[in-house]
Design a protein around this ligand. Structure first.
Ligand code: NAP
Length: 306
C-alpha cells in the first residue's frame, strides 16, 4: 500500500470534479486512491482510472491501489459480498486492493446514507461480518481486507474470530489526534494503520482546522522551509502510518507528495508530541441529533481512545 493515498470525500459529490482530481493525482504520481460506497465517488474514480489507462498514464489498473469500504447499512453477513460486487461494478474493476468495514456501526439494511436515525443502529455481528469479509478475500474480489474507525476494543472482537486478520485500520490521525494507544496496539498485532483527515479534515463542523492552524506546526514549517500540510504528512510518514489525504487542487496534490526527501528534527518531533489533542469525528456524528438509540449502547460504538 503506497505511503500516501488520495482521499475522495467531497460533499456534495460532483462526478467531474472527482474524476479530474483522480486523473490529476495519477498524473503527478499518486498510485493509491481511497473511496467508499458511502462517498458516491466509486464511479468517477473508476472512470478516471480507465481514462488514465487509455491515456497511457499507467499501463493498467493493476498499478493503482484502490480501497473501498462497506457502509453500516451493509454490515450484515449476507449483504457483504453483494455490496462489494456493487462497489466493483461502480469501480469497473475485477477486484479492490483493500476492502474495509467503514465503521464498527451496524445500521438497518438499506442504501448507504448519511446521517442516520439513532433507532436504525443495530448490534454489530463482528463474527458474521468478518466471515463474509474473509470470503471476499478468498474469492479474490478483495486482495486484502481490513477495518476503519475501529478502536482497540473492536479489533479484539475481530481478532478473536479471524482466520485472516485485518491488514489495515484506517482512522482519524494527525499531529492533533495522534492515536498513541491504538498505534501501539496495531503494531503488536501486525495491523497497518492508515490516517484519514491527515490535514485536520474539511472543517465540516465549522470549528476551523486544528492542524492547518496549529502554531507549533507553523513554526516547524517555517524553520524547515515546508508547508504545514507537508510537516503533518511527514510526521505521519515517520510514524510508519499511511496518509489518505484529500486535495482536488493540482498544486496541493503535488505538494502533498513532496515529503520523502527530507526529515523532521528530533526537536520538531518533541514539539509535535506535546501538541494538545483534539478529535474531530465521533461515532455519534453519523446520526441525526434527535431520536434515541433503542437497540445499541452508544458506548459500544465509541471510537475515542487516549
Ligand atoms: N474512514 C473514514 O471514516 C474516513 C473519514 C474521513 C475521511 N476519510 C478519507 O480520508 C480522506 C482525507 O480526509 P479528509 O477529506 O477528512 O481531510 P484532509 O485530507 O485532512 O484535508 C483535506 C482538506 O485540506 C485541503 N488541503 C489539501 N492539501 C492541502 C495543502 N497542501 N495545504 C492546504 N490545504 C490542503 C483540502 O482542500 P483542497 O481539495 O481544496 O486542496 C481539504 O479541504 C477523505 O477524503 C477520505 O477518503 C475516511
Amino acid at each position: 500500500m503506497p505511503a500516501v493515498g488520495l482521499g475522495t470525500v467531497e460533499f456534495p459529490t460532483v462526478h467531474e470534479n472527482t474524476k479530474n482530481a483522480v486523473l490529476a493525482a495519477i498524473e503527478v504520481g499518486y498510485r493509491h486512491i481511497d473511496t467508499a460506497s458511502m462517498y458516491g465517488t466509486e464511479k468517477p474514480l473508476g472512470d478516471a482510472v480507465a481514462e488514465a489507462v487509455r491515456r497511457g498514464l499507467v499501463q493498467s489498473r493493476e498499478e493503482v491501489f484502490v480501497t473501498t469500504k462497506l457502509w453500516g447499512s451493509q454490515c450484515h453477513q449476507d449483504l457483504v459480498l453483494p455490496s462489494l460486487r456493487e462497489s466493483l461494478q461502480n469501480l469497473q474493476m475485477e477486484y479492490a486492493d483493500l476492502y474495509l468495514i467503514h465503521w464498527p456501526v451496524c445500521l438497518k439494511p438499506g442504501p448507504p446514507g448519511f446521517p442516520n436515525k439513532k433507532e436504525d443502529a443495530l448490534p454489530f455481528d463482528f463474527e458474521g461480518v468478518w466471515r463474509a469479509m474473509e470470503e471476499c478475500q478468498r474469492l479474490g474480489l478483495a486482495r486484502a481486507i481490513g477495518v476503519s474507525n475501529f478502536a482497540t476494543k473492536h479489533l479484539e472482537k475481530i481478532l478473536a474470530v479471524a482466520t485472516i486478520p485485518p491488514a489495515v485500520n484506517q482512522v482519524e490521525l494527525n499531529p492533533v489526534w495522534q492515536q498513541r494507544t491504538l498505534r501501539a496496539y496495531c503494531a503488536t498485532k501486525g495491523i497497518r494503520v492508515a490516517a484519514y483527515s491527515p490535514l485536520g479534515g474539511q472543517n465540516w463542523d465549522g470549528q476551523g482546522n486544528a492542524v492547518l492552524e496549529s502554531p507549533v506546526l507553523a513554526e516547524i514549517a517555517k524553520a524547515r522551509g515546508k508547508t504545514v500540510a507537508q510537516v503533518s504528512l511527514r510526521w505521519i510518514y515517520e510514524q510508519g502510518v499511511t496518509s489518505i489525504v484529500k486535495s482536488y487542487n493540482k498544486e496541493r496534490l503535488k505538494q502533498n507528495l513532496e515529503i520523502f526527501d527530507w526529515e523532521l528534527t528530533e526537536e520538531d518531533r518533541q514539539k509535535i508530541s506535546q501538541i494538545s489533542q483534539k478529535k474531530i469525528i465521533q461515532a455519534e456524528s453519523l446520526f441525526t441529533p434527535e431520536g434515541e438509540f433503542t437497540s445499541v449502547d452508544p458506548a459500544d460504538m465509541d471510537i475515542v481512545e487516549e
